[in-house]
Write a protein that binds this ligand. Structure first.
Ligand SMILES: *[C@@H]1O[C@H](CO)[C@@H](O)[C@H](O)[C@H]1NC(C)=O
Length: 262
């Protein structure tokens, strides 16, 4: 009986440590060159400063952002289009390689600027990408940003306006795609962002721009990480309880058997 009880406690302890290990939440920054910039480092610093440390940024690319212990992983592929990702199935490959719980997505600038794609084609590509995320993880937490403004002094007017047109479509698109199981949280990175003073080249964020983006992404990322961690703890909590109950019953049965055979 003593031995069995000790074994039961040990099993519970090892389960408990598994529970802690499994609450690390995988976060995939996904998009094109803007995603490769160092707002990811600013965001990580903010998470850590507020006591959120159970995250792991994932992706097949590695950045070179400064700062202590920056997790450099991401899927921000320079020059990429949402419509190409949708056509070529790139995201599925990346999701398989590093399965995330949370995707932070900012994607579409190149569809407008380089591809000159109609808004409906871009929204259709977003549909494909969201389905790929949910096929991989039915509970994917999706943080969906609109696009940063472009500096009209450095980019063609149709591109500058195209971003605004796509953004107004995203503002209704993103919330409509949200479900209870797999929430889509819209983030407005356009508002308050200055395409001149917050960028290096009229498109990509500089230090000031990175900090603004990190501030915008902060609360939605906190929420997503906590939702994932909490649901996993609840799930494991139930498992631990039922395992404990089963072991207690087994112990009783063993005791009974022993007593009757002695
Ligand atoms: C996406 O997939 C296509 C087809 O496999 C490939 O040619 C392309 O290089 C991929 N894009 C990226 C950014 O990896």
């Amino acid at each position: 009986m003593v031995k069995l009880a000790a074994f039961g406690a040990f099993a519970l302890l090892s389960l408990a440590s598994q529970v802690l290990a499994q609450t690390t939440v995988k976060v995939m920054p996904f998009g094109a060159s803007i995603v490769s910039k160092c707002w990811r480092a600013n965001l990580q610093a903010k998470l850590k400063n507020s006591g959120i440390k159970n995250f792991d940024f994932v992706g097949s690319l590695s950045g070179t952002c400064g700062g202590n212990g920056v997790d450099q992983d991401h899927e921000g592929h320079s020059g990429s289009l949402a419509t190409d990702y949708a056509k070529n199935g790139n995201l599925t490959v990346w999701l398989d390689k590093n399965p995330p719980d949370v995707v932070i997505m900012l994607l579409g600038t190149n569809d407008v600027l380089l591809g000159k794609k109609p808004v409906n084609d871009i929204l259709a590509a977003y549909d494909v990408l969201l389905s790929q995320m949910r096929a991989k993880n039915a509970k994917m937490q999706i943080i969906f940003s609109n696009l940063l403004p472009l500096d009209p002094a450095r980019w063609p007017q149709d591109g500058v306006n195209g971003i605004k047109t796509l953004n107004s479509a995203i503002a209704t698109y993103a919330p409509r795609k949200s479900t209870a199981q797999s929430p889509v949280t819209f983030v407005d990175n356009f508002a308050g962002f200055d395409a001149v003073s917050d960028t290096t080249d009229g498109e990509h964020p500089n230090d000031a721009g990175n900090e603004k983006m990190a501030k915008k992404f902060f609360q939605p990322t906190v929420n997503a990480v906590q939702v994932v961690a909490r649901s996993r703890k609840l799930l494991k909590g139930k498992r631990v309880t039922s395992v404990a109950r089963r072991e207690a019953m087994a112990n009783e049965v063993n005791e009974g058997t022993k007593e009757s055979t002695v």
